[in-house]
Design a protein around this ligand. Structure first.
Ligand SMILES: Cc1cc2nc3c(=O)[nH]c(=O)nc-3n(C[C@H](O)[C@H](O)[C@H](O)COP(=O)(O)OP(=O)(O)OC[C@H]3O[C@@H](n4cnc5c(N)ncnc54)[C@H](O)[C@@H]3O)c2cc1C
Ligand SMILES: NC(=O)c1ccc[n+]([C@@H]2O[C@H](COP(=O)([O-])OP(=O)(O)OC[C@H]3O[C@@H](n4cnc5c(N)ncnc54)[C@H](OP(=O)(O)O)[C@@H]3O)[C@@H](O)[C@H]2O)c1
Length: 372
């Protein structure tokens, strides 16, 4: 059977472990999912697609706001409104269509001004942390026609998670590392759809809809002798556990270097035992950590790269491939900037020449990103 986004496999959750400590600002879970009789085979670097189900409290609050019976089946649909809002539509993040509809039909100074200004930052500021229900409630007198309301929503999408396991070792399961997204605003608690579906709703033995998202652009080299440098703060470390497990299993001779960053050593050093075992077994030849909040001044992975610039560049001269995984918005950009500066320092060249060197690494597929 060919399992894919259109035809996901119903897979059982066989393990669920909280990785972050009690005093962490984060909530990070390790999930193991059985591949059963699916025949799914994955490679290090691939991701897993998961279809979530929406939070029931939010579904009921929206149905309440729509003033409709949960069993009501809107014309043209095969499911009642409760089922539609639970399984078929994104009901957390508002679409531009929904925001425009609300804006066009209410007098709300800040929203009206935000949209009229055509300044994306002002609108982003206004939107920040607000969900569909918040926009519906900007004016309690605003009426919603159910059929029209559904046209203002997007279909519920899957979420992608980097695979944390090697299929060579875990022949019949796939592992992922998920940071639960939670925030609070005024009187309400909010949660990311899929991360809280996994953490709050799914229990051991429950089944979830999954499919494989191959990523040919984030692969280990075929050459087992090639050195690799992995930069993965936070959940960005996920694919690198798969990489190291795979290289250990293949008895690869290529050297492995991991840069890991987290807020605190005590509460956020996820997979500490597994990683330290790799160091002890000399599978991981170099391992650098940046615990940002364990001292007054923040230390990030790029500071650790800077500290070891000579050796880092030596690895590059020896043909190393650089992999970066995790936050796209800031971390990946700052790391790239640091690497450009490092090249410039080591080659004693200007910024332009260093950029050319990075371009060459990209062309040779030796600078690979999996950022989100
Ligand atoms: C290729 C790829 C690999 C990935 N791998 C991983 C991985 O290994 N581990 C992992 O955890 N994630 C990973 N992600 C991210 C993951 O796919 C989801 O985006 C993430 O789990 C959030 O999804 P969600 O459904 O929980 O939240 P959503 O329902 O999608 O909501 C997220 C939105 O909530 C809002 N939000 C979140 N936090 C706050 C806050 N504090 N304040 C205000 N608003 C907030 C933001 O608008 C944000 O865009 C990956 C993404 C990609 C594309
Ligand atoms: N697309 C999504 O929906 C989604 C899903 C999951 C995560 N994310 C984003 O991805 C990021 C990482 O999330 P995470 O929970 O995996 O990691 P995290 O635990 O938030 O961060 C890991 C480490 O990276 C540090 N860091 C912060 N900014 C950095 C920078 N510019 N350069 C280098 N390191 C930096 C953090 O330090 P400090 O915190 O002390 O500054 C922390 O020590 C978050 O910003 C989150 O918003 C997005």
């Amino acid at each position: 059977m060919n399992w894919n986004k259109q035809n996901p496999y119903l897979a059982k959750i066989t393990s669920k472990k909280l990785l972050s400590g009690k005093q962490s600002n984060k909530e990070v879970f390790h999930y193991e999912i059985s591949l059963g009789d699916s025949g799914i085979i994955y490679q290090p670097g691939d991701s897993l697609g998961i279809f979530p189900v929406n939070n029931n409290t939010l579904v009921r609050a929206i149905i309440n706001r729509l003033q409709v019976n949960p069993t009501y089946i809107p014309e043209g649909y095969d499911f009642n409104i409760h089922e539609l809002l639970e399984k078929k539509f994104e009901i957390l993040t508002p679409t531009n269509r929904l925001i425009k509809f609300v804006n066009d039909n209410i007098n709300h100074n800040v929203l009206n001004h935000s949209l009229a200004s055509k300044n994306i930052d002002i609108l982003m500021d206004f939107k920040y942390g607000k969900d569909v229900l918040d926009f519906m409630n900007l004016d309690e007198n605003l009426k919603f026609d159910v059929l029209h309301f559904l046209t203002l929503l997007k279909p519920l999408q899957h979420r992608a998670y980097s695979i944390t396991s090697s299929n060579l070792i875990f022949k019949n399961s796939v592992h992922i590392t998920v940071s639960t997204q939670r925030w609070h605003r005024k009187t309400r608690d909010y949660g990311g759809v899929c991360s809280t579906f996994l953490s709050d709703i799914c229990k051991l033995g429950d089944k979830v809809k999954i499919f494989l998202i191959p990523n040919k652009l984030f692969r280990l080299p075929d050459d087992q002798n090639k050195p690799i440098i992995m930069i993965g703060p936070g959940t960005g470390v996920a694919p690198f556990l798969s990489f190291i497990q795979e290289r250990k299993n293949l008895k690869s001779n290529g050297k492995n270097w991991l840069f890991f960053g987290a807020q605190t050593k005590k509460n956020d050093f996820i997979y500490e035992d597994q990683i330290l075992n790799f160091v002890e077994e000399k599978i991981l030849n170099n391992f650098d950590t940046a615990f940002s909040r364990d001292q007054e001044k923040k230390i990030y992975v790029q500071d650790k790269i800077n500290e070891r610039s000579d050796e880092f560049f030596q690895w590059l001269k020896n043909g190393a491939i650089i992999y970066v995984c995790g936050d796209a918005h800031k971390m990946a950009k700052d790391v790239e900037f640091t690497i450009i500066k490092l090249i410039s320092k080591e080659l004693k060249c200007d910024h332009e020449k260093a950029l050319e060197y990075l371009k060459m690494l990209k062309k040779e597929k030796r600078y690979l990103l999996d950022v989100y």
